[in-house]
Write a protein that binds this ligand. Sequence first.
Ligand SMILES: Nc1ncnc2c1ncn2[C@@H]1O[C@H](COP(=O)(O)OP(=O)(O)OP(=O)(O)O)[C@@H](O)[C@H]1O
Ligand SMILES: [Mg+2]
Length: 269
Amino acid sequence: MIRFTNVCMMFHGRPVLKDFTMEVPSGHTVVILGGSGGGKTTVLRLILGLLRPDSGSIRVDGREIVGLPERNMVAIRAHMAMVFQGSALFDSLTVRENVGYRLYEEQSLPDDAIERKIVESLCFVGLEDTLEKMPAELSGGMRKRVAIARALACSPEVILYDEPTAGLDPINTHLINELICRLQKEECLTQVVVTHDLDTAYRVADRLIMIHRGEKLFDGTLDMLKTADDPRIRTFLRPHEILATPGCFPDKDGGIRVVAPTMDEETPA
Ligand SMILES: Nc1ncnc2c1ncn2[C@@H]1O[C@H](COP(=O)(O)OP(=O)(O)OP(=O)(O)O)[C@@H](O)[C@H]1O
Ligand SMILES: [Mg+2]
């Protein structure tokens, strides 16, 4: 279980997360949705203990991580893996070396066990035939799947995904979504998926949280999200429908501004 309670985070005096509270129960997949700059990646970096909040509490499996010395954080981080925005594979290493990188660094398993883990993880994502390839030889979708294999190789309990389907075509998006669903169902992993891709959000989420400019706008199920009244949520989910309405424009807060037609304007049929 990951629990944020009243977390506030500032960058250069500017609030980026405001009184943010959330729970990610063990074995569940929680999606964090929101527009650019809303604070989604910041939440993932706080879970990993890479950032410290200005105030509030962050608990991982009941243990407070705010203020925890780095040497103790390392042990907590060992149960987590992150799939970075853009995959973040090492260009000069083969797929085998990328997937096994953390295990070779940690040296907690013998080499043959590491090799088995690498192959198992690549089999899970359907890329066992790419072991000796370089990242540059792979498509964007394949690189994302290698990044998931790399996360899996460390046998994590928690996987954090930052925009796992950004820039992918519908088929690759579908493949990644299915992998995320299988990891929950078959491996009972706890997952936090940051995305602004609604197909991914709708497919993988047990629960969804929407952040807007550092504030939590929504926390609930998909059905609740789809029927939410907040204009900022409606605009995010259905921009074409809302903004195509005559007289509706996006406002600076991510909501909608309704402008009454003037006498000179044609009245829509
Ligand atoms: N290290 C940093 N130093 C200063 N400002 C930062 C830092 N990291 C993030 N920010 C700012 O905090 C805000 C939230 O950033 P964050 O990366 O969490 O947003 P995001 O929701 O992940 O956006 P995107 O969808 O574009 O990835 C942004 O305004 C960003 O400029
Ligand atoms: Mg981000």
